[in-house]
Design a protein around this ligand. Sequence first.
Ligand code: ADP
Ligand code: ZN
Length: 598
Amino acid sequence: MSAAVSILQKIFGYQAFRGFQEEVIEAVVRGRDALVLMPTGGGKSLCYQIPALMRQGVAIVVSPLIALMKDQVDMLDDLGITAAYLNSSQTAEESQEVIDRLYRGDIALLYVAPERLMTPKMLSMIEQLPVSLFAFDEAHCISIWGHDFRPDYGELAQIKERFPHIPRIALTATADPQTREEIAERLLIDPQRFIASFDRPNIRYRMVEKTKGYLDEVANFIIGEHMHESGIIYCLSRRKTEQVAQELQNRGVDALVYHAGLDQWERESNQNQFYERPCVMVATIAFGMGIDKPDVRFVIHLDMPKSIENYFQETGRAGRDGLPAEAVLYYGLEDVVQQRRLIDMSEADDDYRSVMMAKLEAMLALAEDSGCRRVRLLDYFGESSAHCSNCDNCENPPMTKDVTVEAQKLLSCVHRCYQTNGLGFGAAHVIDVLMGERSEKVLARGHDRLSTWGIGQGLSAKFWRKVLRQLIIKHYVKVRYELRNVLSLTAKARSVLRGEEAFYVRVEGTKKLSTRKVLEHDDLNDDELALFNELRMWRREAALEAGKPPYLIFPDATLLQIAKVKPRTPEEFLGISGVGQKKYERYAEAIFEMLAKD
Ligand code: ADP
Ligand code: ZN
C-alpha cells in the first residue's frame, strides 16, 4: 500500500482515492507543479493536504476566503493534523503565536490570504522556513477574463520566481480553457495538468421561466419536499433577499438572510447559523465562494446568474456529500435586462463589459435550450457527455419548433457582414441588417446594399436574438470576445446553410416545478430509518457539546451508511466512509452503545 493511501485511510478515514487525487498527490510529492481542475465537492483539498503531510516543512495554502480559514483549520485539527492560519481577523498576539509555532516546525499547513502572503515580512519569513509546497486555492481568481478576478491574485505570480524549487499546486472548480492557460502560465512552472469531469451527477438541474406565482411555487417546493433541510436561494438584490426570507418565514420555513448590506456581526451570525442547523439561506451572491456545507439539498436561483461559470459554481454548492440534490433556476427576461444595466453602469472598461455581456447571453441561451442541461453545461466547459435523465429537459422534453430557414437567413447575414471587413460585426448590428433597419451604422457601412439586408423582416428582434443565442451556444456562430464580441461562422454552420441539418428552438411554455421525492432516505427500510434518525439526534448532542456544526462530527452520508451496515467490530466501523482513526477513537464507543441497544 502506498504511503498516500495509508494516510487517506488512517487519518481521513476514506477507503480509496477519487478520480485522479492519487496522481496529483504523487506529482506534488515528487516536486512537480500541478494544475487541478475539479468540480466543487470533487475533493481538491486532499490533493494538497496529503502531500503537505508527506513532504518536509510547512505547506502554504493561499485562499481568498478569510471567513473559511477557521473552518478548514478546525476540520484538520479534528483529524489530528496541525494547521493554522494567518489573517486580518487575528490579534497581534494570536498571529505571533502562529509565527512562533511555525519557527518551531509545529505546523503542517498554514492558510493565508494572498495579500498577507505577499508582504515583505511574510516572504522573508518563508525564506527561512522549510516549505513543503504552495497551494493556490480558487486559482481562477487570477484571470481578468474569469468571473471572480481579484487583483491580489496577480501578485502571486512572483512566488514561482522567488521560490522556483518549491512545488506549486493551483486548484479551481471553474475555468474555461482560456482561464486554465492563464493560471498555468502565471502561477506555475511546466505543470502537470489534471482536468476532471465537471459532471455533478447527483445534482438535478431545472430551469423554469418565471410566472406570476413563482414565489408560491418555491415556498411549496421547500415545504413539500425539503422541510428541515438546508438550501440556498440566490436573488439579485438585497431587498429581494429580505422579502423572500420574510415570505418564507411567514410560512414557517426557517430562513435566514445574507447580503453585503448587513453589518458584519449579523452576516457572521447568519452564516454560522447556516452551518449549525438545517435551514434556508436567502442571499445575494455575496454569500459565496467556498461555502462548503456538505448537506445543502437545493440551490434555487430566483434571478438569472451572471454567467454559466457563476451558475455552475453557485449550484455546485448543492449536494457536496454526493447525495441527491436539486438546482432550480427561475429566469425572466427582466432579470437579463437588469443584469445588462448593471454591466453597463459598472466601471469596468469596454472590453471587460463586452465579455460580461457575452457571458450573460450564454447563460440565457442555456436556460432557453431544449436539450439536456447537463450536456450543454458540460459542453460549455469543453467536456462532452451523454443525456443524463436527471434534468428537466431529459425528463420532460420541451416542445420545439423547426427554424432551419430562419437560422439559414441569420447565418448568411452573419457571413455577409463578416465578408465586408474580414472580422465580423456584433449581434445588434447583424440583426439590424437582417431586419432591414437603416441605422446610422448600417448606412455608414453600406450594409443596406447587402443581399441579406431585410430578409428577416416580419419577425421580432427578440426572436432573432434568441435564435442567435442558440446558434452561438451550439457552436454554429463564433463570438470573438477579445474583439468586442464580433461574430463569424464556424465550420459547423455549413451543414445548416446547405440544409443538411435542421435547427430547432424551444417553444416557450411554462412547466410546473414537478415534484419528485429526493432519494436520500428511500434506500433505508423502517428500522434503518429509525436508527438513522436516532444517529442524527445523537450527532446533534455531540455537536452541541463540541461546539461544532453537526456535519463536522459525521456527514449525513456516513450516518446513512452506519444505519445500513450497523457495524459491530472496529474493522467494520473503520470501513465506513468518513470514519478515520481520530473519529473512531472519539465517537465509536457512543455509537456501538447505540447499536447494541437495538
Ligand atoms: P472541493 O474542495 O473540491 O470542493 P473538498 O476537498 O471539500 O472538495 O471535498 C468534498 C468532500 O468530499 C469532503 O467532505 C471530503 O472530505 C470528501 N472527499 C474527498 N476525497 C474523498 C475520497 N477519496 N473519498 C471519500 N470522500 C472524499
Ligand atoms: Zn439531462
